[in-house]
Design a protein around this ligand. Sequence first.
Ligand code: ADP
Ligand code: MG
Length: 351
Amino acid sequence: PCPKEPPKIHRLDQSVVNRIAAGEVIQRPVSAVKELVENSLDASATSISVVVKDGGLKFIQVSDDGHGIRYEDLPILCERHTTSKLSAFEDLETIKSMGFRGEALASMTYVGHVTVTTITEGQLHGYRVSYRDGAMENEPKACAAVKGTQIMIENLFFNMSARRKTLQNSADDYSKIVDLISRFAIHHINVGFSCRKHGAARPDVHTVATSSRIDAIRSVYGVVVARDLLSITAAENDPSRPVFEMNGFISNSNYSAKKITMVLFINDRLVECTSLKRAIEVVYTATLPKASKPFIYMSIVLPPEHVDVNIHPTKKEVSLLYQESIIENIQAAVELKLRNSDTVRTFHTQT
Ligand code: ADP
Ligand code: MG
């Protein structure tokens, strides 16, 4: 048969390109909340509050008391690839901030309606301005504002009907958002977090800044979780081997749950690491006779040049140099901790 003529290649419209890219960065409402909270953390906020309506599809608002955004920067704030955090590609090797790509806010304006209210130190009033498709919809308007920045996203995925429908039919994204804020809250204990449904009298997560990790875990996950945790640390200081430090809390043999909870931060980034999670589960099954699924909070710190943060569109995974060796080391620490604690079983007194 005679071969078909090749189809003609053409350049996509910029607006199509932007919307496709945005759909990868903002996969669901919880991804928008994660980006906004990380921006607040990058802005040195000490208090971050999240309000959500309709699982995030109608309305998401994140308010912080961080350093705010300069008036002069507002015109390009939501343009793609505009950032205050990165200049040269090489900076990625040492970057401390959560953000670096200047993609998040822009993405939100391609798949939703974004309104920013912000005030910087020493100003008498703040500014409010709305964005669509990367650009300001109008000139910023002077307005009353308290310290920091408030970002509101309305009608997320209004222009992506398939996405909107799947999300509307799927279980409420709100629980994913509560889970996310809970995780941030037990790591960033110097920041107070709150998360609530729009119109609800009580927040579902509420923490105040503290210096005690276990207090933070207690206030987020409850006393039943906090009382059954063991503090754990591990480190490799031998410079001929991959250097790292780990500290965290892991559940003891009294803890009981149907599902594993694994809260993992690597260099202060909330990430997932399936191989580490599996490795720890294996230790629990092997060490504790009637093993329950564990609760794990771990913070791992590595030389920044050993972590590649730029491998996933939502930054939910990072890749580590010497991953196997680090996992083995942590596995050994967990096993030792569980063995030692099992001999001194604790019994809870009834209250
Ligand atoms: P990135 O975080 O990768 O730089 P974003 O699109 O998330 O990109 O944000 C763009 C820029 O907007 C940031 O670099 C920062 O300067 C500013 N910004 C965003 N959110 C806040 C905030 N809550 N407080 C202060 N500045 C912010
Ligand atoms: Mg960001």
